[in-house]
Design a protein. Structure first.
Length: 205
């Protein structure tokens, strides 16, 4: 009788240990997809080798290239990104609380809802990283000479230069120009053409 009780006690303890260990496993961060919500012209997904269509889902690590006169809107849980013509960008990370876009060349428009604590949206270029929070802005990357411009319509964007970690906060109505020989990052008033170019953000979902 004692041996049966001992076995039952052992099995009960073992089941508790197994249940506890399963409950303590770290949760794997689930990735989400970006959805094509607007498309004009030819846009290619370079890794899959396919041309994108409306309502296609673009996965993490995919690289996208727009033809000269093309437009593409990608909508995520955190906001929308428009790739203008002649742009190449890849999705570095795409999760429920994080969006990380790498822009190699071209022009983008970004419309991000007000983020909660723990959520983040970042745009990575060859020379800087732009951290976004509740923002509408335009960014341009010139791959050939590593120059670029960021202009903000609403909210603010924190620009961090990779070479020396120098930062500048670009607020609504301001812009910053980037070039390899620039010593100090300084904001300026956004040009009328830059502000009018950002009006198309209103068309984005």
């Amino acid at each position: 009788m004692k041996s049966i009780k001992t076995i039952l006690t052992f099995l009960t303890a073992l089941s508790l240990v197994v249940a506890f260990s399963m409950g303590c496993k770290p949760k794997t961060e689930e990735t989400t997809d970006a959805v094509v919500t607007f498309l004009k012209g030819k846009v290619s997904a370079l890794k899959s080798g396919q041309d994108l269509k409306l309502q296609d889902r673009v996965v993490e690590q995919e690289t996208i290239k727009t033809d000269k006169d093309a437009l593409l809107d990608l909508t995520t849980t955190l906001g929308s990104i428009r790739l203008l013509g002649g742009t190449e960008a890849s999705i570095g990370a795409l999760r429920a609380d994080q969006a990380y876009l790498k822009v190699n060349e071209g022009d983008i428009l970004v419309k991000v809802t007000k983020l909660s604590k723990g959520q983040s949206v970042s745009v990575d270029t060859p020379t800087v990283v732009a951290a976004v929070r509740g923002t509408q802005f335009w960014g341009r990357v010139n791959k050939a000479d590593e120059s670029g411009t960021f202009a903000v319509r609403e909210g603010s964007v924190l620009i961090t230069r990779k070479s020396d970690e120098a930062t500048v906060l670009v607020k609504a109505g301001e812009a910053v120009d980037l070039s390899p020989g620039l010593q100090i990052l300084k904001t300026r008033s956004a040009a009328p053409a830059e502000l009018s170019a950002m009006d198309q953000i209103d068309q984005m979902k």
